[in-house]
Design a protein around this ligand. Structure first.
Ligand code: CA2
Length: 150
């Protein structure tokens, strides 16, 4: 079985497509997962896709990923701006880490401008809507050791 790419989603992202469509769009998290799975098949990658509102659950999945995964994509939600614990967990990972935000956090409240996750992320995609997850997945594909990408 191929080693997977983990896609982790933090607090309130289970509400995607159900509230604030002006900021986060109309796609649900299930739509995002479906589209990522279809792209992963195309790229020959296997996927683990999770969401939790609990910081410790995200940290436990990062620990699992560090033993089993080839890459990780994370939208840590509001924990992005607060969680040194998530940064510490990500800092133990040796594979590519991509950070995704659906909205452009730099166009929003000042407290969203700083990201602890960015201190470890190899790449950051903001403001591209839910397409950002697929862009991040393509980037992880490019960074695979047997890929011809940069
Ligand atoms: O833009 C993003 O992806 C964020 O990570 C989303 C977080 C926010 O705290 C970050 O600053 C930026 C919030 C996730 C809440 O998601 C919802 C989705 C639909 C309806 C309500 C909340």
């Amino acid at each position: 079985m191929a080693r997977p790419v983990f896609i982790l989603n933090g607090p309130n992202l289970n509400l995607l497509g159900k509230r604030q469509p002006d900021i986060y769009g109309r796609e649900t998290l299930a739509d995002v997962e479906r589209d990522c799975r279809s792209l992963a098949d195309e790229l020959g990658l296997s996927l683990r896709f999770h969401q939790s509102n609990a910081e410790h659950a995200l940290i436990d999945w990062i620990h699992e990923a560090r033993e089993t995964a080839v890459g990780l994509i994370i939208n840590a939600g509001a924990y992005t701006h607060t969680s040194i614990a998530i940064l510490d967990a990500l800092s133990t990972c040796e594979f590519p880490v991509m950070e995704v935000h659906i909205s452009n956090i730099h166009k929003r409240d000042a407290f969203r401008h700083h990201s602890y996750v960015s201190l470890r992320a190899d790449g950051v995609i903001v403001g591209c809507g839910t397409q950002g997850y697929r862009l991040a997945l393509r980037r992880i594909g490019e960074l695979m050791p047997d890929s011809s990408g940069n």
